[in-house]
Design a protein around this ligand. Structure first.
Ligand code: NAP
Length: 235
């Protein structure tokens, strides 16, 4: 994969920055996607060799088009950028919050993926990794895994939609040899929300899980959902 090129959206901090760091350490050229140029530039400098800024707001069509215009060929797209909102149950949330969260976590992924597909189609081993969440698993949600079942309804339903998109993209792109998988990164200490910020989960473990899916061999899976440690997650 030494001459491979990757793009990680929302890579200026958190899990995305870890994914970018690990891909760069593996010898790839990595576009550090960031909607803010200064924050992205700082992250790219911190990561060092192989990393370079790509200004990209996944909710802004002009920003996506300008970024895609700069990338002729791409081997790995990691759709990582995401927001969680404030954790309300569905009955208490404003529909505007649903729209805002879906705009980033669902529509943003579709818009970015479609914009970069021409570049991915030029790759010999194209991979797409969607950073989802175990909280988006409907099987886990309806089982004993989550005691507070109704919270973060907008966020969790957005990740369930992202999971569905993962399957549909995998089916649609199978003939082109593009593998598409989703990752449940586990609870990680990031700025995503208060629960994440208070956790002691190491973002590097999540990064390693994403890199595993990004560097899947040609006989690897597609259209599947994995935990950060490589175990399958039920949809
Ligand atoms: P984070 O530290 O808040 O990072 C989120 C990243 O997404 C930031 O770089 C942020 O950029 C970027 N972003 C948000 N909206 C964007 C937009 N419109 N365009 C481009 N970039 C945008 O959170 P994180 O925990 O690393 O989250 C990364 C992914 O992991 C998310 O998809 C999240 O749902 C998922 N996840 C996280 C956890 C966890 O426990 N941390 C658990 C499950 C899933 P700015 O700095 O500009 O805001």
């Amino acid at each position: 994969m030494e001459n491979s090129v990757a793009l990680v959206t929302g890579a200026n901090k958190g899990i995305g920055k870890e994914i970018a760091r690990q891909l760069a350490a593996a010898g790839l050229a990595v576009y550090v996607g960031s909607r803010d140029a200064a924050r992205g530039e700082r992250a790219a400098e911190e990561i060092g060799r192989g990393a370079r800024l790509l200004v990209l707001d996944v909710t802004d069509a002009a920003s996506i088009a300008a970024a895609a215009h700069k990338v002729h060929s791409l081997d790995i797209l990691v759709n990582n950028a995401g927001i969680s909102g404030d954790g309300k149950t569905a009955d208490r949330d404003d529909v505007g919050a649903f729209r805002r969260i879906y705009e980033t976590n669902v529509f943003g992924v579709a818009a970015v993926t479609n914009a970069f597909l021409p570049a991915l189609r030029r790759s010999a081993h194209p991979r797409i990794v969607n950073i989802s969440s175990g909280t988006g698993s409907l099987a886990w949600t309806t089982g004993p895994q989550f005691p507070h079942r109704g919270t973060f309804a907008a966020y969790r339903s957005s990740k369930a939609a992202l999971n569905a998109l993962t399957i549909y993209y995998a089916h649609a792109l199978a003939d082109a040899g593009i593998k598409v998988n989703a990752l449940a990164p586990g609870l990680r200490r990031t700025d995503l929300n208060a629960a994440a910020a208070a956790s002691d989960g190491d973002p590097a473990e999540a990064g390693a899980g994403a890199v595993r899916l990004a560097l899947l061999p040609d006989d690897g899976p597609s259209g599947e959902f994995f935990s950060w440690d490589g175990t399958p997650v039920p949809w």
